[in-house]
Ligand binder design. Structure first.
Ligand code: RB5
Length: 150
């Protein structure tokens, strides 16, 4: 599995912790920046980069981090085909995959401790989309996107 990563300065340290955790499991982790926690940078740039890699299928899915997880997810969700879920608990992490087929996960470094963040990542990666009635609803999300992207 190949996962794209992105963060701003506010999510940089958490991103590095997640990459270290997943690399130990043999997962191919591609980091689209930012490159440190010191230089103040703009989260939309990194949300867009990862989202475009996911949409292009250059990576299987994306994980992004900023201070809250909110700003970078909002930017990612502007890229057609992206369903980026901001999550702060393991139940929502599982549901975002099982019911919403989220192809990106967004986490807030200033919200979550390391232990919970890694549990959320594992829960999200281990959960499969259930399909069935949920596929129709995901298709309806795509239909909203198509209506406004004409
Ligand atoms: C940066 O200070 C902060 O605004 C950013 O990391 C994020 O929390 C935005 O949603």
């Amino acid at each position: 599995m190949k996962i794209g990563f992105g963060s701003d300065h506010g999510g940089y340290n958490l991103k590095c912790e997640i990459i270290e955790h997943l690399a130990k499991k043999g997962i191919d982790c591609i980091d689209f920046g930012a490159d440190d926690a010191v230089q103040s940078v703009d989260y939309p740039i990194y949300g867009q980069r990862v989202a475009e890699a996911v949409a292009a299928k250059d990576v299987d899915c994306g994980i992004v981090c900023c201070g809250t997880g909110i700003g970078i997810s909002l930017a990612a969700n502007k890229v057609p085909g992206i369903r980026c879920a901001v999550v702060s608990d393991t139940f929502s992490a599982k549901m975002s995959k099982a019911h919403n087929n989220a192809n990106m996960l967004s986490l807030g470094e200033r919200v979550l401790g390391r232990g919970l963040a890694l549990e959320i990542v594992d829960a999200w990666l281990e959960t499969e989309f259930e399909g069935g009635r949920h596929q129709k609803r995901v298709d309806l999300i795509s239909a909203v996107e198509e209506k406004y992207n004409k």
